[in-house]
Ligand binder design. Structure first.
Ligand code: SF4
Length: 349
């Protein structure tokens, strides 16, 4: 089911904004799911995400401190109606004090549900402590089951670490443990079936993600992207897939029961089956910029407001104004689409 892009009917003014504390936008969508990038740094070099030499990391002084981060999340939860927080990166496990940030977030009331997206490197040693700190569930990136391909794709020889991280997350109860996979033409597109088999056999929930134009090299091409239709066709050669009866809501993934269930598989088809019409996400970067969309061309600087002595209410108003100005959708399929300057690794999933 293609949720699509909302239709633009005229351009509502700021004065048209309904009097609500929530993060509503001009299309009536309400952001309740906050994605927080804890760092732009990463210990892998995935070819579709960053160059081998890495990137010019954001200056440390620009990064939000733990206290600034927790204050912004407190404002989001207590003044703006945010109910879910997902920690991302770069690689969030590289954030010093991660467990402290999670514990402080768990202490917020109303308590937000918390999840994290990670590459799994080092997770085997941290999973239990993250769970005890209050993390609810986890997504782990895995694009191949082959050690040599893993090295080609990530430029690091760490596949066994990811397997160990997956198992540790399951043992620690960070469930459902979800696996995020990106398939690239001529690289790993033949692994759709083996990846699903691996996840079904190990009790992980697999979601395939269509590659999006967010790489710093601007190397993304539509032809190189493996589409949702191709993924489903490949899976259907080995599994029977039936649409999951449960309502989708604003979830990015379309889901199918595998061989009648209970195992499920998801596809996040941002490009070919956009779901912007039901988007409930707002994003905070590690240097304190709020973005109303992964592909937004502008940001609101909350760090300057924080360090400039703004009150919680003033910061909340800035955040509401940012959401109100949200575009209908990502625009990838529009003529004149312009990729955001900020790369995925500095925005977060
Ligand atoms: S592209 Fe933007 S509007 Fe669309 S679902 Fe993603 S974050 Fe939401």
């Amino acid at each position: 089911m293609d949720l699509g892009i909302p239709v633009v009917r005229g351009t509502p003014e700021a004065s048209d904004r309904p009097d609500t504390p929530l993060l509503v936008d001009r299309f009536g969508r309400i952001a309740k799911d906050l994605r927080v990038s804890l760092t732009d740094r990463c210990n892998l070099r995935c070819t579709y995400c960053m160059p081998a030499e890495g990137l010019d990391w954001l200056p440390k002084s620009d990064q939000l401190t733990d206290d600034e981060l927790v204050r912004l999340m407190r404002i989001a939860v207590t003044l703006l109606g945010v109910t879910d927080i997902r920690f991302t990166g770069g690689e969030p496990l590289l954030r010093r004090g991660l467990e402290h940030v999670i514990a402080a977030t768990a202490a917020l009331r109303p308590r937000p549900r918390m999840s994290m997206t990670t590459n799994g490197i080092g997770l085997d040693r941290r999973a239990r402590a993250l769970k005890e700190a209050g993390l609810n569930r986890i997504n782990i990136s895995l694009d191949t089951l082959s050690a040599s391909r893993f090295s080609t794709l990530t430029r690091r020889n760490r596949l066994e670490d990811v397997f160990a991280g997956l198992a540790a997350a399951r043992e620690a109860g960070l469930t459902p443990v979800k696996v995020n996979s990106v398939l690239l033409r001529g690289v790993n597109e033949d692994e759709a079936v083996p990846l699903l088999r691996f996840c079904v056999d190990n009790g992980y929930q697999l979601r395939f993600i269509e590659q999006m134009p967010l790489d710093p090299q601007h190397g993304w091409t539509r032809t190189n992207m493996i589409t949702a239709a191709e993924i489903l066709a490949s899976l259907s050669t080995a599994f029977s897939l039936t649409p999951e009866p449960a309502p989708r809501g604003g979830a990015p993934a379309e889901r199918w029961l595998v061989d009648g269930g209970p195992a499920v598989v998801g596809v996040i088809a941002s490009v070919t089956r956009p779901f912007c019409a039901a988007c409930d996400r707002t994003r905070l970067t590690s240097d304190g910029q709020v973005r109303n969309c992964l592909f937004s061309q502008s940001e609101t600087d909350l760090r300057a407001a924080l360090r400039g002595g703004a009150s919680d209410d003033e910061i909340a108003s800035l955040w509401r104004a940012n959401s109100w100005a949200k575009a209908a959708g990502h625009g990838i399929n529009d003529a004149g689409f312009h990729q955001p300057d900020r790369p995925m690794s500095a925005i977060g999933g």
